[in-house]
Design a protein around this ligand. Structure first.
Ligand code: ADP
Length: 187
């Protein structure tokens, strides 16, 4: 089993690259952002609970993630592994993921960090705001998401480095170039 975490700031291209990696290696692509957006558009109880949080650029409480992840894994068992996109985002979530992996007799194989500077990601997110109109892609919320990333999520690089699992990949260039860098690391 290949169980990968794709890691990087908002706008670093995690969603795009995860989908490509999932297809090539027959992995289930688990994007917590996509799951929440689907819940919001379907107006489910979970969607109603998280909508305001997401629109402010804050993190959804850790305890809401674990069951969601367990279900996503259970629903996708006929695969060669998983690629997690947007999860874990806090140290608590990383430790919850370790436990969850054990439940399924699995382990995290690698953490791929997409390295993109802040100026570039803010530029990309502002452009995405124009094109897609995602409700959390306006300038104030983008700055908040960047701050949340730096304080709560970036420390995970250290957490996984200590386990020897981190590879950093240059996240600037064409989509195909970056995909090639990623595949080299995965292979
Ligand atoms: P981004 O491009 O900002 O990384 P995502 O699509 O991954 O966007 O996530 C959008 C929002 O969904 C986040 O800003 C956060 O509010 C919520 N979210 C997604 N994944 C998580 C998570 N693992 N823990 C807490 N909140 C999350």
């Amino acid at each position: 089993m290949k169980n990968l975490i794709l890691f990087g700031p908002p706008g670093s291209g995690k969603g795009t690259q995860s989908a490509k990696v999932a297809e090539k290696y027959n992995l289930a692509h688990i994007s917590t952002g996509d799951i929440f957006r689907r819940e919001i558009s379907n107006e489910t109880p979970l969607g109603k609970k998280v909508k305001d949080i997401i629109n402010k650029g804050e993190l959804v409480p850790d305890e809401l993630l674990i069951d969601l992840l367990r279900n996503a894994i259970k629903q996708n068992r006929d695969v060669q592994g998983y690629i997690f996109d947007g999860f874990p985002r806090t140290i608590q979530q990383a430790s919850d993921l370790d436990k969850l992996m054990k439940e399924f007799n699995m382990a995290v194989s690698k953490v791929l960090v997409l390295d993109v500077n802040e100026e570039e990601v803010v530029k990309r997110l502002l452009k995405r705001a124009e094109l897609e109109g995602r409700s959390d892609d306006n300038e104030d919320v983008i700055r908040n998401r960047m701050g949340v990333y730096r304080t709560q999520t970036e420390p995970l690089i250290e957490y996984y480095s200590e386990k020897g699992l981190v590879s950093t990949i240059k996240g600037v260039g064409t989509i195909d170039d970056i995909f090639e860098f990623l595949c080299k690391e995965i292979d």
